[in-house]
Design a protein around this ligand. Structure first.
Ligand code: GAL
Length: 670
């Protein structure tokens, strides 16, 4: 059961949970480094990410290089037996670079060229950037590829954070090349984009521009293709850096840190993960979200979903407040520990933070860190030390897999398209819909993988598909095969509506899914703000309704009022050995909860009985399973287990998790 990190030889056969942070020694005088080593030992740190924003230090001028300081840092870390996740340092270009290559800087849709002075200002289609970044990667790989402390390569940093889309002329040229590959001929493109609408027909490739600022609504497929293209350009950078690293250091694993879940709406991550050896994610909770721990769990389950169920790496989160939200709330008692262990429960084999030592200067000087401004004599550092000790006890579970019988399906193009204009209702928020279903599963103590629509479906007893609006007939066929073979499928409103080019399937909604779901809808009847509809089963709907005709499906609930009064609202069709449910409105949380119970029962998904707000997640290895009990409630809970808590040594038959506490119960298998 190897973990995803190539641990240096001094770790022997031990595969620890990776614990550490982004480490920016270049921000500090060298005297501080010795203190860092001592404190890292106290905290139990065993892996740090180095060099993420070090380009300007490594290449101070176009023609000079300075690796001396990094040599000393890596040697010092190795001496203290701390492994390194070495960044390629390509995330942020130095000021000399943009001065010398002004066309490498990103241009907005309004035509404003950005300038240096922040970070990640490069255009993903810039040849000058590509050349310079690969030279840097090559030098780093040549110099450090066989350094004894190197454990992992870290490509760039959050690719697409700040520079996901550029509208410059270089991008226009690359976009045309991308379109030629996708469509072959202009006729195909004109058909896919529907350019006979509003006199948009293109007669030459050169007429096609990025979707820059224009008079009114832009062509929807032009915009969607630009999002696809932009994601592919960043993927190209990942492919170039990862490819070079693989060629120069074939044994060393390569990853890049994703920004799940929100950035998935812009970036087609399912197409990126085949380029890395391990999925890695950065996650920050939202101060304004009262159930932020559920949002955190969703991010973790999406990381695991993209990793096809395999362990993944948490490479950034925060010990306490961030600095970029309107109000940067500090974490409450026990929250740091719970947050870290929820990621671990849900398949992470690492707990890394941004960052090791709180910066004294710069834009992120008010961001929390493992060592706060107050220094090690602080409550926060004591929590960091305690977490390090906990993680050392959890080493046995590295490499084990989280058990998830349900797939919550994300169709990325549908998510991207939902962010465009001219839709039936802009109250339909793809991410909110995903979260609502996720939350209902979380409340029911059901663990799901949040998977891309291209994933294998047959490992799940139940699939939930929110708002998969862009569905080709082949994809609809895959869902039909899944159901006929005994799968249970729940589809929500605004699914199956159009093809990948957003051309609407004719004959009634939900288009590609009409036959599978056994329903037909002639028009959408979205609700106004504040409008609510009552369903016959007691549930309440908001946002959306449809006058559903149940052609070949059983009606489970009807609308009692509102624009679709008397029509079916929730239906179920039997197909082969499985069931296909259709939900045509946004159910309130009670309604969603009841439906989830019903669907899970029909699908015979194994259930865990636990009190509300007590999160239960299981990781399973070859010889033992590990049940995480994360008590988010204000009451102590006792659960029956025939096992031992790895954190406290407590043994069953009853293991008590006090309010706010975490238990990890190991039970032998077989
Ligand atoms: C991440 C980024 C880090 C740091 C962190 C602050 O998005 O990768 O460099 O900025 O946010 O929360």
């Amino acid at each position: 059961m190897p973990g995803p990190i190539r641990w240096p030889a001094w770790f022997g056969d031990l595969t620890p949970v990776a614990y550490g942070a982004d480490y920016y020694p270049e921000q500090w005088p060298e005297e501080v480094w010795a203190d860092d080593m001592a404190l890292m030992a106290q905290a139990g740190v065993n892996l740090v990410t180095v060099g993420v924003f070090a380009w300007a230090k490594l290449q101070p001028t176009p023609d000079s290089w300075d690796f001396g300081w990094l040599d000393r840092v890596l040697d010092l870390l190795a001496e203290h037996r701390i492994a390194v996740d070495l960044a390629t340092a390509t995330a942020s270009t130095p000021p000399w670079f943009t001065t010398r290559h002004p066309h490498s800087a990103l241009v907005t849709a309004q035509g404003v060229r950005l300038t240096h002075g922040s970070r990640q200002v490069w255009c993903p289609s810039s040849p000058a950037y590509r050349r310079a970044s690969l030279e840097l990667v090559e030098r780093l790989a040549a110099r450090y590829g066989d350094h004894p402390g190197l454990a992992l390569w870290h490509v760039s940093n959050e690719l697409g954070c700040h520079n996901a889309v550029c509208y410059c002329d270089q991008s226009a040229t690359s976009f045309r090349a991308w379109l030629k590959l996708r469509y072959g001929t202009l006729d195909n493109l004109n058909w896919a984009w529907g350019t006979d609408f509003w006199s948009q027909r293109y007669g030459a490739w050169e007429e096609i521009l990025p979707p820059r600022a224009t008079s009114s609504f832009g062509n929807p497929t032009h915009q969607l293709d630009y999002m696809r293209f932009s994601s592919d350009e960043l993927r190209g950078q990942l492919a170039a850096e990862a490819g070079l690293l693989r060629r120069l250091t074939p044994e060393m694993p390569v990853m890049t840190n994703l920004m799940l879940p929100s950035a998935w709406g812009d970036l087609d991550y399912a197409r990126w993960v085949d380029l890395v050896d391990v999925v890695a994610n950065d996650h920050y909770t939202d101060s304004a979200d009262p159930r932020r721990h559920v949002g955190l769990a969703l991010a973790a389950d999406a990381s695991r979903g993209l990793a096809a169920g395999q362990p993944w790496l948490l490479v950034e989160h925060s010990t306490s407040a961030v600095n970029w939200q309107p109000i940067n709330r500090a974490k409450g008692p026990g929250e740091l520990r719970r947050d870290s262990l929820v990621h671990l429960a849900r398949g992470a084999d690492s707990v890394l933070f941004f960052q090791w030592r709180a910066s004294q200067a710069g834009a992120e000087r008010h961001h929390s860190a493992m060592v706060p401004h107050a220094g090690p004599d602080s409550e926060l550092f004591r929590q960091v030390q305690a977490l390090g000790a906990d993680l050392a006890r959890l080493a046995p579970l590295v490499g084990s897999q989280t058990v998830a019988p349900i797939g919550l399906v994300v169709d990325q193009p549908s998510w991207a398209a939902s962010r465009l204009d001219c839709l039936p209702s802009h109250r339909l928020d793809f991410e909110a819909g995903l979260r609502a279903w996720y939350e209902a599963l979380w409340d029911a103590h059901l663990t799901c993988d949040v998977i891309p629509s291209s994933a294998a479906f047959d490992r799940y007893r139940l699939l939930i598909v929110p708002h998969w609006s862009l569905m080709d007939l082949v994809q609809a066929e895959r869902l039909r095969d899944y159901v006929e073979a005994g799968g249970h499928l729940v589809v929500t409103f605004f699914s199956g509506v159009a093809d990948a080019s957003q051309r609407v399937h004719l004959g009634g909604y939900p288009g590609a899914l009409r036959d599978l779901l056994g329903v037909r809808v002639e028009e959408f009847r979205p609700l106004l703000d504040g409008e609510r509809v009552q369903l016959s089963d007691g549930a309440v709907g908001t946002i959306w309704t449809e006058p559903v005709q149940a052609v070949d499906a059983t009606v489970l609930a009807r609308y009692l009022d509102g624009p679709s009064a008397s029509y079916p609202a929730v239906t179920r069709a039997e197909r082969g050995r499985g069931l296909a449910w259709y939900v045509s409105t946004q159910l309130d949380s009670a309604g969603l909860g009841e439906l989830v119970d019903r669907v899970a029962e029909q699908a015979q998904v194994p259930r865990i009985d636990a009190p509300a707000d007590v999160e239960i997640v299981i990781r399973r290895g070859p010889t033992a399973q590990y049940t995480f009990v994360i008590n988010h409630s204000t009451e102590d809970v006792g659960l029956r287990f025939n096992g031992v808590d790895l954190l406290t040594g407590d043994r069953g038959p009853v293991i008590v998790a006090p309010a706010g506490a975490v238990r990890v119960v190991e039970q032998p298998l077989g």
